[in-house]
Structure formats: structure tokens, C-alpha cells
Ligand binder design. Structure first.
Ligand SMILES: NC(=O)c1ccc[n+]([C@@H]2O[C@H](COP(=O)([O-])OP(=O)(O)OC[C@H]3O[C@@H](n4cnc5c(N)ncnc54)[C@H](O)[C@@H]3O)[C@@H](O)[C@H]2O)c1
Length: 358
């Protein structure tokens, strides 16, 4: 078992990482909770796999367990779902000292975190992430929220969890396409801040054996960035590498048929390739493409109309009147943040259309 402590200005909390940790939940939970009432939020895929086990562990520890099961999928990450959860929490008489448990992937984590942040002006919550993406990225750092029809994650709050328990064994039931989605975020971490992780990913010939050290490296990247810039004023924007185009790609496809990680992978390669082409370079984009090909993750735009896709970037919540904060990679392991106006971004991307579109 590995332990990483995250120290932010609003909260200090531990992340425990290992195999089978869901069975040891009480060891990590008991020291940090004040109340014996917990409200578990999970989704329809995770519920039949892990809920009963978690419930019996909690009940053995004397906890009274309430729960709600959300329909799985990004399309349910919205205010209607949040409102229905508030009602269920109120019916269960959940109070300020009680605890919310997010059991699932990033969608469950983002929704549960937002409910915890806003119900009774904020109650504690913990994360038990069950997708690779949630284990390396969304379960830590305290960004919570839901989508609007105008775009992704447009309503939310910063609300740090009190504990994160990462049981790597839950990945055994995760579909391969979701493993690749999480891998894309691990690859992102390598390019923005961890050249050694890039090398590990490149050298690895046994993913299941190496996944724990990939997760730990990616968590350390995120921990460091969140600690120095909890509220995304500067360095935390680096974590958005690939996300400007990714959010547009997801929106373009109406959040179906493409995972968040696949969209991030395409977003990373296309933006970096376009940037390097404009500067007459070609280094990092080759490295990105090499890793994405190795792990069989898509890296090019296929069916999208480029003009239409680029229009969606204007709805990105990182946009300002003068343009957008854009992350590119100076050298592997070193991301930088640029501010660019839309005409320049559009021109740069269209200039690389022959290479970034299939
Ligand atoms: N808050 C943040 O900092 C942050 C960071 C990155 C991404 N996100 C958000 O995370 C979301 C994506 O998260 P995700 O990729 O985990 O998607 P997800 O939560 O939709 O999970 C993907 C699929 O896997 C299923 N699943 C989950 N765990 C399983 C398991 N162990 N076995 C079998 N099936 C399982 C889910 O039911 C779902 O169908 C997006 O909404 C994105 O915006 C948030």
C-alpha cells in the first residue's frame, strides 16, 4: 500500500493506493469521520460490482449506509441528477457532519463532490475511484461539477475530498476502452511534468504489472500542481493539456461514442503538432504519437468538420475576451501556458490539417 498526502490551502488529505484496499476501508475511514451516517453515490455499472462489498464493510464498522444509484454516463452529469440526489439526501436526513462517498468513475466523483460541496453549504466526502481516469486524475484536486447543454463542467465548485482510497483491483472489471481513456491522462501527466514517467511508459512491456507505478507517478504530478495552485490561477492550467480540443471533440459528438481520454489524446497530439508545425519543429508531437500508437489510443481527428469543431472551443470555460489559455509542451516533461487569440489558434490548427486529420 502506498500513501500520498495532499496539502492544499483548504484541506490536507491522504490518498491510499494498492490492491484490495476496498476491504480495508475502515482502516482509512475511521480516523477521519465524525458521524456514523454515510451516503454512497454510485452508478448503475459499479453498483452490482462493488456496492454490496462496500456496504457490508461499512456496516461491520457500525455505519448506517444510505445510497443512490445513478444511471451511468456523462449525459447524466447534470443539474437534474444533482437535484434528485439532494432530495434523497434530505429524505435520508443527512446532516452536515455526515459523509458522502463517491464510488465510481469521474462522472460519479464529479457529481458526488458537487452535491457534497453544496448540500447544506458543504459536507465532507471521500472518493473511491473505480476507473483508471478517476484514479489518476478526477478523484483528487477538488474540482467538482456538472455539465450544461452549453458545455462541459460549466457549473461546479472546488471542494477537496477528505480521503481517497484507490483499489487497483477494481480495474479488473473495467472495459479496455476505459483503461485506455485513463492511460491518456497518465500520458498527459508525463508530457506536462514527468519525463521519467514518459520513459517508463515507453519501456513498459507489461501494463498490468506496471500500472501501479504509472498511477503513483501521475498522482504525484497532480498532487504537486494542485498544492501550488489549488484554484487554477496559473500552474494548474497545465493539467488542461489536450483539453481545449478534447472538450470540443466531446461536445461535437454529443458526449457519445468517444471517451474523455480518447478526446484528450487527440487534443494533445493535434494541438502539439499544430504548434510545432507553426514553429517548424517536430519533436514532442512525435513522442506523443509514438506512445499513443503503442497503447492503441487514437491521436488524429477522423470524422470532424474542422471549422465546426473549432467554433466549439469558444464555449470553453477557459476562454477570455482575448482568446484562450493554451497548454503546449516545450520539451517532454515541461508544459507551458500560452495565451492566444482565436484567429491565431484557428490558423495554427488549420495549418496542420493535413497531418492531424485522417
Ligand atoms: N474533477 C476533475 O478534476 C476531473 C478530471 C478529469 C476528468 N473529469 C471528469 O471525469 C469524467 C470521466 O470520468 P470516467 O472516464 O471515469 O467516466 P465514467 O465515470 O463515465 O466511467 C466510465 C464507465 O466505466 C464504468 N465503470 C466505472 N468503474 C468501473 C469498474 N471498475 N468496472 C466496470 N465498469 C466501471 C462507468 O459506469 C462508466 O460506464 C468526465 O465527466 C470528466 O469531465 C473530472
Amino acid at each position: 500500500m502506498n500513501q500520498i498526502t495532499v496539502r492544499t490551502s483548504s484541506k490536507t488529505y491522504d490518498i491510499f493506493v494498492g490492491r484490495g484496499l476496498r476491504n480495508d476501508l475502515l482502516t482509512y475511514l475511521n480516523p477521519i469521520v465524525k458521524s456514523k451516517n454515510v451516503f454512497v453515490i454510485t452508478d448503475s455499472n459499479v453498483f452490482p460490482l462493488y456496492f454490496e462489498e462496500i456496504r457490508s464493510v461499512l456496516q461491520e464498522g457500525g455505519y448506517q449506509v444510505f445510497h443512490t444509484v445513478l444511471p451511468a454516463g456523462e449525459e447524466h452529469k447534470n443539474m437534474q441528477t444533482v437535484l434528485s440526489i439532494y432530495e434523497k439526501m434530505a429524505t435520508a436526513k443527512i446532516r452536515r457532519s455526515d459523509l458522502v462517498i463517491a464510488l465510481g468513475g469521474g462522472v460519479v466523483g464529479d457529481i458526488a463532490g458537487f452535491c457534497a460541496a453544496s448540500y447544506m453549504r458543504g459536507i465532507p466526502f471521500i472518493q473511491i475511484p473505480t476507473t483508471l481516469l478517476a484514479q489518476v486524475d478526477s478523484s483528487i484536486g477538488g474540482k467538482t461539477g456538472v455539465d450544461l447543454s452549453a458545455g462541459k463542467n460549466l457549473v461546479g465548485a472546488f471542494w477537496q475530498p477528505s480521503l481517497v482510497v484507490i483499489d487497483i483491483d477494481t480495474l479488473k472489471t473495467l472495459p479496455q476502452i476505459q483503461i485506455k481513456s485513463g492511460l491518456a491522462e497518465i500520458i498527459k501527466s508525463a508530457f506536462i511534468a514527468d519525463k521519467a514517467l514518459f520513459q517508463k511508459l515507453k519501456d513498459s512491456d507489461h501494463f498490468e504489472r506496471d500500472v501501479e507505478r504509472f498511477i503513483l507517478s501521475a498522482l504525484q504530478v497532480k498532487r504537486h500542481i494542485v498544492e501550488i495552485d489549488e484554484f487554477e490561477k496559473n500552474e494548474r492550467m497545465l493539467l488542461n493539456f489536450g483539453h481545449t480540443l478534447a472538450h470540443s471533440i466531446e461536445k461535437y459528438h454529443n458526449f457519445t461514442g468517444i471517451t474523455h481520454g480518447e478526446a484528450v489524446a487527440i487534443g494533445m497530439y493535434c494541438m502539439q503538432r499544430a504548434y510545432e508545425k507553426k514553429r517548424k519543429l517536430q519533436q514532442v508531437s512525435d513522442d506523443i504519437r509514438e506512445l499513443l500508437i503503442k497503447y492503441e489510443i487514437p491521436y488524429q481527428l477522423k470524422h470532424e468538420n474542422l471549422d465546426e469543431l473549432l467554433e466549439y472551443t469558444k464555449n470553453d470555460k477557459k476562454s477570455t475576451d482575448s482568446g484562450i489559455h493554451l497548454v503546449v509542451i516545450e520539451e517532454t516533461g515541461k508544459g507551458v501556458i500560452l495565451t492566444m487569440d482565436y484567429p491565431s489558434i484557428f490558423e495554427m490548427i488549420k495549418g496542420a490539417a493535413d497531418e492531424i486529420c485522417v
